[in-house]
Design a protein. Structure first.
Length: 195
């Protein structure tokens, strides 16, 4: 199936959706909006993954397998341990393909805001001190910068394995809004059974 753009009609109304993009692209925000349009549950993968003190939760895999057994959901497509399973269960992949400068600008703003306000994230965690961008090689800002190129490769690899999976490529937030209010809202019918 070819890549779909923000104005291309969907072949059916998706029930299980994954949202791809680098850290800071807006996957969670878009997933919430998809959830609102379709009236289906949004499961935030980061909330399942991160335990107290940023330690991975031992129940992560079990939780992902449990929610993906449901008939309807939308989630972010991340974490290598579950990315393949999420893709296998999905009926649609939405790819936020934003330029690196845009992602980094958004991510810097979000990181600083969360730190200054000491926003509580998942399981009591807060953003670490801003100096950790220098000391921690896995700091979200460094991670996003160095891993930005991986999403297009992953999407291409997925398309080779799942040629039946519709992929919507959105290159800006304007395109996201158009897609949400147009093709997604107007989608009808159900997906064919997966073989």
């Amino acid at each position: 199936m070819p890549l779909l753009g923000p104005l291309d009609p969907l072949p059916y109304r998706p029930r299980r959706i994954i949202v791809a993009g680098p850290s800071g692209a807006g996957k969670t925000t878009l997933a919430r909006r998809i959830s609102a349009v379709l009236g289906i549950v949004h499961v935030e993968i980061d909330g399942l993954y991160h335990g107290a003190g940023w330690v991975p939760r031992p129940e992560f895999l079990e939780d992902v397998y449990r929610f993906t057994a449901a008939p309807q959901w939308v989630a972010e497509w991340q974490y290598s341990a579950v990315r393949g399973h999420l893709a296998q269960r999905a009926e649609l992949l939405v790819w936020l393909d934003l330029p690196r400068y845009r992602v980094m600008r958004q991510l810097v703003r979000r990181t600083v805001r969360r730190r200054v306000r000491r926003e509580v994230l998942w399981n009591g965690n807060v953003e670490p001190g801003l100096w950790t961008v220098v000391t921690d090689p896995e700091h979200v800002l460094r991670w996003s910068w160095t891993s930005h190129h991986r999403t297009p490769m992953r999407v291409r690899e997925l398309l080779e394995r799942r040629a039946d999976l519709p992929v919507v490529r959105l290159r800006s937030h304007t395109e996201s809004r158009r897609w949400l209010g147009g093709p997604l809202r107007e989608a009808r019918g159900t997906a064919p059974a997966q073989g």
